[in-house]
Ligand binder design. Structure first.
Ligand code: HEC
Ligand code: HEC
Length: 317
């Protein structure tokens, strides 16, 4: 199939230009292949382009709307985001901060196979995992203007990152193998977090909740102790990141992840081939729930919280 396409491509190419032009272009194509697509790309110095706040073409306007949706998700799309969180509550600095699951370069990483879903997923589905799990909300239709605006923003801040390449501080930083103590974590919370996130963890004003009905769901990566510990270790307290030790970060993460939060329907189907990480707080194939919190009923349509597995994957089974 691939060879056939290449042949058709070559035929069309030859028909479209003279022999001399064709040989010149073949040279330049060959030299790009030799020097490799990553030339000129350096993850340590790469800076994504700055979003123009006075867009002057339809694409820039879409990028700008996408950024606004990421920073004001709840206000803009309350039916899809019933929580107190916005996308940038976790993807800090407009998705630009290393070790806070940066969205920079994300376009170069999708479509991608995800163990959690046992499927190759397009970027729209990845966005919807965060809508339905991290925001405990509903799936945004892939063909909606809002989804395409979000995708436009993600593509814009990925400009210059070659397909398949990675960025600095992607995801959350790895952590040492520790297990937190939620009783100690409660004290860390009182001393370092309550002044912003509220004594009851329900958030205050624009500051998002850490647990309860307005928080992220049990199916979010942030509901895993080790993932939460990494985010907190590197990014919280918001005004003094790096203040906590690894041990304190695990303790406060153990406390937060032990508290009640919205359910995530269908979560038992995650990691369909087994291999769930040890700290996943619900049961999946071959995995026993790690310190499961109490789950609260969803405030949005539970059926819309399931992102269907692509039909092509189902057919292979
Ligand atoms: C509760 C925290 C949280 C919120 C809120 C959140 N996300 Fe995420 N998001 C994560 C985590 C954690 C990951 C996984 C990072 C990793 O790969 O380790 C992630 C991953 C992603 C990825 C894939 C990144 C990659 O490198 O593969 C995209 C795209 C994304 N989120 C978009 C969004 C969008 C859009 C929103 C708002 C609709 C959102 N997220 C809200 C925590 C959050
Ligand atoms: C100075 C205020 C402040 C302090 C102190 C603070 N945070 Fe935050 N935190 C924030 C803000 C603001 C955000 C959202 C970031 C944004 O919108 O840019 C946030 C986001 C978060 C998130 C991801 C979103 C969510 O609500 O789940 C977690 C988890 C978190 N903080 C945990 C903590 C922990 C644990 C502590 C204490 C060690 C802490 N924070 C201390 C202000 C603070």
């Amino acid at each position: 199939m691939i060879r056939r396409l290449a042949f058709l491509g070559a035929a069309a190419f030859a028909a479209a230009c003279t022999l001399q032009e064709a040989s010149d272009r073949a040279d330049s194509v060959a030299s790009v292949a030799q020097r490799g697509p990553a030339r000129g790309y350096n993850p340590n110095t790469y800076q994504p382009p700055v979003v123009d706040s006075t867009p002057d073409d339809p694409f820039e306007a879409s990028v700008y709307r996408g950024l606004a949706l990421l920073t004001h998700t709840h206000d803009s799309l309350p039916a899809y985001d019933p929580s107190s969180l916005n996308c940038t509550s976790c993807h800090l600095d407009e998705g630009r901060r290393p070790n806070a699951a940066p969205l920079v370069g994300v376009f170069a990483r999708y479509p991608k196979f995800m163990d959690r879903n046992g499927a190759v997923v397009p970027i729209e589905d990845r966005v919807n995992y965060c809508f339905t799990r991290s925001l405990a909300g509903s799936r945004l239709p892939s063909d909606s203007r809002e989804m395409q605006d979000i995708v436009a923003y993600l593509s814009f801040i990925s400009r210059g990152v070659p397909q398949g390449e990675h960025v600095r501080g992607e995801g959350f930083a790895p952590m040492p193998a520790l297990t937190g103590d939620s009783a100690r974590g409660r004290q860390v919370f009182v001393d370092n977090c309550a002044r912003c996130h509220g004594n009851g963890g329900a958030g205050m004003g624009p500051i998002p909740a850490l647990w309860g009905a307005a928080s992220f769901s049990v199916g979010a990566s942030m509901a895993r102790q080790e993932r939460a510990a990494s985010f907190i270790r590197h990014n919280m307290p918001f005004d003094r990141p790096g203040l906590l030790t690894d041990g304190q970060a695990f303790d406060v993460a153990a406390y937060i992840t032990s508290m009640s939060r919205p359910d995530s329907p269908g979560k038992e189907q995650d990691w369909p081939n087994g291999g769930a990480p040890a700290d996943v707080p619900y049961q999946t194939r071959g995995h026993r729930a790690f310190r499961p919190p109490r789950v609260l009923p969803r405030t949005t349509n539970a059926a819309a919280a399931l992102v269907p597995v692509p039909a092509s994957v189902l057919k292979q089974k």
